[in-house]
Ligand binder design. Structure first.
Ligand SMILES: [Zn+2]
Length: 137
């Protein structure tokens, strides 16, 4: 799964968490599930650009104690293994996380599924942000 989509899923899931630590853990767990879904990964520079944009969006809509940002970071951290693996040109079967080595979702032909998932998560984050803003006034 693209790192940006992982981040948005983690941020959206953080809405049900009571602390940043819980959000970080749930984000990391969500990584395993999302990686098992059919998806397509991009080249590292594209992934990095989209991840920066996703984290910026999360930062803008974050809740008061940054649970969303903690969830986003927790969801992305497991992909450090992918980054190191690509840098060292390791074959996937040498990676440690099962969804990176053997339970990885099949290659999707389009990015449509991930784009819809990302938009859904962004809508949840924006809706939650607007609700909090309205509740303050
Ligand atoms: Zn991954």
């Amino acid at each position: 799964m693209m790192a940006a989509v992982h981040a948005l899923i983690g941020a959206a899931l953080a809405r049900v968490c009571r602390s940043r630590a819980e959000a970080f853990g749930l984000g990391a767990l969500s990584h395993l599930v999302a990686d098992a879904l059919p998806h397509r990964d991009l080249a590292v520079p594209q992934e990095a650009g989209l991840l920066a944009a996703a984290l910026a969006a999360v930062a803008v809509t974050r809740d008061s104690d940054s649970r969303a940002l903690a969830g986003a970071i927790g969801a992305v951290v497991p992909d450090i293994e992918n980054l190191v693996g690509r840098a060292l040109r390791l074959p996937d079967d040498r990676l440690l996380l099962p969804t990176h080595s053997r339970l990885h979702g099949r290659e999707a032909s389009s990015l449509r599924g991930q784009a819809l998932l990302a938009l859904g998560c962004l809508a949840l984050l924006a809706g939650s942000h607007l609700f909090r803003q309205a509740a303050r006034h």
